[in-house]
Design a protein around this ligand. Sequence first.
Ligand code: IPD
Length: 273
Amino acid sequence: MSEISPGSSPEELLSIAVRVAREAAATARRMRDEAIGDVQTKSTDTDVVTAADKAVERQVVEALLAERPGDTVLGEEYGGADRAAPGAVRWILDPIDGTVNYLYGLPQYAVSLAAEVDGEVVAGVVRNAATGDEWTATRGGGAWRDGRRITCSTETTLGQALIGTGFGYDPRRRAHQGQVFARMITRVRDIRRLGAASLDLCLAAEGRLDAFFEKGLNPWDHAAGGLIAAEAGMVVSGLNGAPAGVEMVLLAPPALHPELHDLLVELDAAGGP
Ligand code: IPD
């Protein structure tokens, strides 16, 4: 990694991320309380974006760039930097992860904000905007929830494992994901689909899910939560030696990872559209 510029240690970046994410979560919550307006669709008829997603993203980008004008931001709604210059900070933001839950008032939606340097996430926060629960991590500094250190599940038997997953918005992808789901459900304790990937990763980080997988996640869905899960002791990967990415995000405790990995390969979980 390039030398860290002054003011850009993981701890300093996390402190900014936490402050900005709290303000963002307050805006999301307030806009929901005041009534959700202007609901539009994106990739498919079920992929919604609310005025709040856009307003929260603008607020976060403005706050980050006012404080750190040399940084870049990649956000879910407005896009942004594909990469940053060597040693520079790129922020990766999902202003409201779990937008469908947000729309329906289900208390499982979050602001997810990560700081990346040289392609490596070094700090991240996920804040459940409905409940105020907050998970944080810095690379090498452990994973934390509301000031308490967290560690992942110690489950060693796949048949006893509670697995989290999610589905994309494209109906053809969903059809494939449904087939994987149907074949996996008899091989594990049970499967949960809670609707906000960033929160799923944090729940796995503290052992409230034993493991998680999903195909099709974008960097803003898993950048912060992936670091939190890794710092909580999970193995975070793709399949067949690939890093976690759009083809697959798999996280599991070290003892479960090989077996779940092989089951995902057997079920062709990264296949389909
Ligand atoms: C979605 C959620 C969902 C996951 C989808 C994501 P959004 O993000 O994280 O749990 O299954 O793949 O797209 O659209 O609510 O920001």
